[in-house]
Design a protein around this ligand. Sequence first.
Ligand code: HXC
Length: 262
Amino acid sequence: MTEALILTELRGDGARRTGLVTLNRPKQLNALNDELMDQLGAALLAWDADDSVGCIVVTGSEKAFAAGADIAAMASKSFIEAYQGDFITRNWETMRRIRKPVIAAVAGFALGGGCELAMMCDFIIAADTARFGQPEIKLGIIPGAGGTQRLPRAVGKSKAMDLVLTGRMMDAAEAERAGLVSRVVPADKLLAEALAAGELICAMGGPSVMMAKECVNRAFESGLTDGVSYERRMFHALFATADQKEGMEAFLAKRKAVFKHA
Ligand code: HXC
């Protein structure tokens, strides 16, 4: 039987619920190996295709969101194994195909591939115990799951260089100041806070949520003129949805909108 390296459950009691996935290799501080990433990718794709799921939260343990890619599994890898096996691209990039919002709820270590996995999510809510870093340089490698690209976009060149070149960790307060995380909460409130954000998102109109995510991501892939033009087309398209009529009519009637996600 395949070992469950992730735990999955649905949370919330609305029409659309939050998919909660917990990384589950606690003894190895959730070090991310191929099997775990395969299981994570499969869970994310299944929820993305499930109309009853509106949002996804990815979390780890109290001690570690994930302490990086699994060093024991990587140590003897050859160039040709990494290259021909499409290491990282093959299963880590599944996260990029997920169209519903994904929130990272991070407590403890988020290092190397763990930090990169968190950055692939749409936003990061951090416990005050969270520590972020890209320590790959200490292993004679560099970040390989997008860290050299996403970190500077999140925190700017100077801090990204500092973290990537020295391998030092930053705490949750520094990560919040730098713009890597959206908010910092007490560790014992982390999951509740992330699930509450998930529930809010689940109650919004599905098409507008999906288009909002797509448009914000576009900001990192195009120039301002193209990005704004892309946003404007999406904005116009939303006037074809029932949810836009419901949202605006509900506001004018001073009642709560009930979206049909259509
Ligand atoms: C494999 C790991 C691991 C990892 C921790 N462990 N991190 N195993 N891969 N990335 C294992 C340890 O070997 C140990 O196993 C157990 O988890 C507990 O770890 P300790 O070191 O005993 O805990 P502690 O003293 O609290 O130190 C915590 C830590 C340290 C500071 C996070 O474990 C650490 O520095 N880990 C490596 C962090 C790192 O370099 N990450 C980047 C990896 S490279 P045993 O069997 O001894 O109990 C990477 C590449 C990204 O991520 C590019 C592609 C994605």
